[in-house]
Design a protein around this ligand. Structure first.
Ligand code: DGL
Length: 271
């Protein structure tokens, strides 16, 4: 038995963990941020897969039976290979889940025009995971994607608040909206982006819905645990949360407060 593992390349997965803790407070969580090697979004398929597998193995070694890839880039580039090729060899009873499928399943319900925008990292966009998955559940929807190569770096370095940072973000949002006039729903397809939600909304015409993944992924996890009681029984429930980072703990502890309430005392790990 062990905590639920939550993995991201950096801080973004904390936006998901924050929702998990509000809705499912009884579970224990172990968060791993690979801040030392972030961002992943501009890295190749092979590198994202290799780094993600290392992180998943670390969380398994620390007792996790269930790991959530709270990172779209890792979900897009590593999840399927880990589920199909690696898990049977590591331990066929352990589980790894991602964040793209739950978001894609439901997003069509938010749109009246059936024109959906996706803002994500270059890695997620080039994988085409969102268009492919959304089409499976909502074939009537058209999906327009725009890659934002600088956003994760801007957010991790706090530069998203600067005038120059805001200009980069504005240009990317405008580029997405220029792809189709009546996009009425935008998925924030990177777990870092919810910190920009208010600013993105201020750039958009009224009535455009900007959707963060936190509550969607949390509903999906709650449902998964109900449908898989044998996994649920392996998740310890003392309401604790611990943090691991591959960067400096002082930096992680201070930056994490942007994404999650409460004091963060992380432990350094080498991956
Ligand atoms: N939070 C990650 C995501 O959801 C960011 C990836 C990166 O490190 O570029 O895609």
């Amino acid at each position: 038995m062990g905590p639920i593992g939550v993995f991201d390349s950096g801080y973004g997965g904390l936006t998901i963990l924050s929702d998990f803790r509000k809705r499912l407070p009884e579970y224990d969580y172990l968060y791993l941020g690979d801040n030392g090697r972030a961002p992943y979004g501009t890295r190749s398929f092979d590198v994202v897969y290799e780094f993600t597998l290392q992180a998943v193995n670390e969380l398994f070694d620390r007792g996790c039976e269930l790991v959530i890839l709270a990172c779209n880039t890792a979900s897009a580039k590593a999840l399927r290979t880990i589920q199909h090729n690696d898990l049977p060899n590591i331990d066929s009873k352990k589980r790894v889940l991602g964040v793209i499928r739950p978001s894609a399943e439901i997003i069509g319900q938010f749109s009246k025009t059936n024109n959906i925008g996706v803002l994500a990292t270059p890695g997620t966009v080039s994988s085409d995971s969102y268009p492919v998955e959304i089409k499976k559940f909502s074939p009537q929807c058209n999906v327009f994607q725009h890659a934002c190569p600088l956003w994760v770096t801007l957010i991790e370095s706090n530069e998203h608040l600067s005038h120059a940072g805001k200009e980069f973000i504005r240009k990317d949002v405008e580029a997405l909206m220029a792809m189709k006039k009546d996009i009425d729903t935008i998925v924030l397809g990177c777990t870092h982006y919810p910190v920009l939600k208010g600013y993105i909304e201020s750039l958009l015409p009224e009535g455009v819905n900007v959707v963060s993944q936190g509550s969607i992924v949390t509903d999906s996890l709650a449902d998964y645990l109900l449908r898989h009681p044998w996994i649920d029984s392996k998740c310890t429930k003392n309401g604790t949360v611990s943090f691991l980072t591959s960067e400096s703990t002082a930096e992680f502890n201070s930056n994490a407060s942007k994404y999650i309430e409460g004091t963060v005392n992380s432990t350094h790990i080498s991956l």
